[in-house]
Design a protein around this ligand. Structure first.
Ligand code: MLT
Length: 213
């Protein structure tokens, strides 16, 4: 087994070999099982790759260390982002899915590591659904994300993620060329059914183009 595959994870094969793979990235305290029903609802038939974050915060899995709420350990974030990218590549080889058709679906800490992956490995993901994401770091070099579809759902009363921070992430991604669809609701940190519905509709528009490419 490739050392890069050394994440606890689930892989669920898709219905269609030429299809897309969802990289599911859970929030703090979650695990590789959590988002599988969400992924199956968002994109029925897509393959699913769902790792568990390797960092433990008092027993709660995360994808990178933080020093305090909303204050990230930058060095660990960079290291963990590269490690996750290596995992996706190794998993594509192991399970035989197309590495050029991977899209991320992340919630909270998982959405933040997905955003970090977009900024550090701009060729790895073809699209991203970011629920409750914030700026992982301010990039020194603007990556080329031309035309990359990104859906973001943010809450105006989210106490973990200040609205201006979510907006800043959308701006960074848009400046890099991504096609960002940022949706606001009068909600807090937990995800709502309405937002899942919106993401599903958005994916229904985006997925056919990815499948055919
Ligand atoms: C984080 O990455 O720390 C998030 O913004 C909040 C969380 O996941 O708890």
């Amino acid at each position: 087994m490739s050392p890069d595959l050394a994440f606890d994870h689930r892989f669920v094969p898709g219905d269609d070999e030429a299809g897309v793979t969802l990289l599911l990235l859970h929030g703090t305290g979650g695990n590789e099982e959590d988002l599988i029903p969400l992924g199956q609802d968002l994109a029925p038939g897509a393959a699913i790759l769902s790792p568990r974050g390797k960092v433990s915060e008092y027993g709660a899995p995360r994808f990178f260390r933080r020093l305090a709420e909303g204050v990230f350990d930058h060095e660990d974030l960079l290291f963990r982002t590269h490690e996750l990218a290596g995992f996706v590549e190794a998993a594509a080889e192991e399970y035989g899915f197309d590495p050029s058709k991977v899209l991320a679906v992340g919630y909270s800490n998982g959405a933040n590591v997905a955003a970090s992956t977009l900024l550090l490995h701009p060729g790895l993901l073809r699209a991203a659904v970011l629920f409750r994401a914030m700026v992982p770091f301010e990039p020194e070099v603007t990556p080329d994300l031309s035309g990359l579809p990104v859906f973001m759902a943010a809450g105006r009363t989210d106490r973990m993620i200040p609205p201006d921070n979510a907006q800043r992430l959308a701006d960074i991604l848009a400046e890099a060329g991504a096609e960002v669809d940022l949706r606001w609701r009068n909600v807090g940190h937990p995800l709502t059914y309405e937002e899942v519905g919106e993401a599903k509709e958005w994916l229904a528009e985006v997925l056919p183009g990815l499948r055919e490419s």
